[in-house]
Design a protein around this ligand. Structure first.
Ligand code: NAD
Length: 260
């Protein structure tokens, strides 16, 4: 029970990796503030947590949900303040909400779409860290885990806006780890490879309908794509005291994609 009596705020908790992380941290005793712009997604996550615990956990005093857009500064400020009112503290922040954007070449990239992707994937985590860190400082510490991507490390794994946002998030991880280390606040990132989630559903549907599913894992050494639970396990590790001397790092969880 690594998260007993700890409060974790998870963004993008209404689907995929965020939902798997919420379930994992709940199973390890955390009280959860679940944030997403999809109310339906959050309801499904809450139902899954209640089912996991067979009704013994996930009671109202251990689960809080907030429907916001993480790129909206005023909404983030209100959200963090409401979580503090509900739980009194935030020990873990998982900046996981993200959007993929398109795969157009830069000459066809729309500026508004670029700003939308950067707003959610990079400004969103910055706004969350800016608002949560003062509470962690007052508490004497905390752990922040950002969901970046292999697309932030290498080219060819995402469109230009998405890849730039994730590369920026990796650097934000390092710079905020330096800003906050003296307050015992650790900041790390995971860099997932290809994972089957809502975001990648079109890729999987296309591959399956064209008998090309075997190709989906072919760019990594383990020769398979990953599951959300495998990313959640790495996020839980970095958020826990098992990683007490790790900060400012970006951990690929990609079946070896970035090793080759
Ligand atoms: P997903 O689409 O299943 O989940 C993303 C969640 O974020 C959704 O519930 C969505 O509603 C929410 N969200 C999106 N924009 C938001 C906003 N502005 N405000 C609040 N909530 C918002 O996708 P996923 O794959 O689970 O993605 C989670 C994270 O993992 C993302 O940051 C993504 O970039 C990253 N990632 C995913 C993969 C992959 O292969 N699936 C690979 C590398 C990195």
């Amino acid at each position: 029970m690594r998260f007993q009596d700890r409060v974790a705020l998870i963004t993008g908790a209404g689907s995929g990796i965020g939902r798997a992380t919420a379930r994992r941290l709940a199973a390890e005793g955390a009280r959860l503030a679940l944030v997403d712009w999809s109310g339906d997604g959050l309801e499904d996550t809450v139902a899954a947590i209640r089912q996991d615990s067979a009704g013994t956990a996930g009671a109202d005093d251990t689960l809080w949900t907030g429907i916001i857009d993480v790129s909206d500064e005023a909404a983030v400020e209100r959200c963090v303040s409401d979580v503090i009112k509900a739980f009194g503290r935030i020990d873990v922040l998982c900046n996981n909400a993200g959007i993929s954007g398109g795969h157009l070449p830069v000459t066809e990239q729309s500026t508004s779409e670029w700003q939308r992707v950067l707003g959610v994937n990079l400004a969103g985590p910055m706004l969350m860290i800016k608002n949560v860190a003062p509470h962690m400082q007052a508490q004497g510490g905390g752990a922040i885990v950002n969901t970046a991507s292999v697309a932030g490390i290498r080219s060819g794994a995402g469109g230009n806006a998405y890849s730039a946002s994730k590369a920026g998030l990796i650097n934000l991880t390092m710079t905020t780890a330096c800003d906050l280390g003296s307050y015992s606040i650790r900041v790390n990132a995971v860099c997932p490879g290809l994972i089957e989630t809502g975001m990648t559903r079109p890729v999987f549907e296309y591959a399956r309908s064209n008998d090309k599913e075997h190709k989906l894992g072919s760019r990594c050494e383990l020769r398979r794509y990953g599951r959300p639970e495998e990313i959640a396990a790495a996020i839980a590790f970095l958020a826990s005291d098992d990683a007490s001397y790790i900060t400012g790092q970006a951990l690929p969880v990609d079946g070896g994609n970035t090793a080759s």
